[in-house]
Design a protein around this ligand. Structure first.
Ligand code: AMP
Length: 202
């Protein structure tokens, strides 16, 4: 079976690729199927030609969401990180749940201009133009082991900027998890040799 997906690059044009739709992921087929069953493909959002991967149905299903959070914690091991970073905005939902489940703190990585105190900034290329993410300079104590989470991995620019910010702020990246990876866009390769944990890879 084949289908098409498109990545939204903010101010850029859409990238369209055709890819296989096997249900697979780094935590096994059961969790992958769970995520796949709670994702809606929304065509032409937020602009014509974009296929948006909407994970709100997963967030809205209490049992499924808890299974996903438990799966992420089990994969990394609850003793393997001291803080969890969520990338604005849907990453906040995942990060807060992991933080509550494990008793660690949550740190937001935000879009430019949203943080009230001195922050490090990392910019990355969109297809046209640039995006900037920020983290508070005092977000971590030295050596803090940080798990980074987001909803979707596409080209990997967002994730690469975030991992850079974590290290500049004194943290050590303990892991990176996304709910859904668009593998044909090469985000995993871009982040190599850092490991990527994706619950569903399409
Ligand atoms: P990238 O930097 O290309 O890896 O894009 C990843 C970021 O953009 C994540 O924060 C996602 O929430 C968002 N994103 C990119 N493409 C999509 C898509 N097709 N559906 C939903 N979110 C997306």
């Amino acid at each position: 079976m084949r289908d098409a997906a498109v990545v939204w690059k903010g101010s850029g044009t859409a990238v369209t690729e055709t890819h296989s739709t096997g249900v697979r992921g780094d935590s096994g087929p059961e969790v992958a199927r769970l995520v796949a069953s709670r994702v809606l493909d929304v065509p032409d959002f937020p602009k014509p030609g974009v296929m948006f991967k909407d994970l709100m149905p997963l967030f809205a299903d209490g049992d499924a969401f808890r299974d996903v959070i438990d799966g992420i914690v089990a994969y990394h091991g609850r003793e393997s990180f001291d803080a969890v970073v969520g990338i604005e905005a849907r990453g906040f939902v995942v990060a807060a749940a992991i933080a509550y489940a494990t008793g660690v703190g949550v740190v937001p990585v935000r879009k430019a201009g949203k943080l009230p105190r001195p922050a490090y900034a990392a910019s990355y290329e969109l297809e046209y133009g640039e995006a900037t993410l920020e983290v508070h300079q005092d977000a971590f104590t030295a050596g803090h082991r940080v798990l980074v989470v987001d909803d979707v991995l596409a080209t990997g620019g967002t994730a690469a900027a975030t991992l850079d910010l974590v290290e500049r702020a004194g943290g050590t990246v303990a892991g990176f998890t996304v709910l859904l990876e668009l593998s044909f866009l090469g985000g995993r390769d871009r982040l190599a040799p850092r490991p990527v944990h994706a619950l569903l890879t399409v």
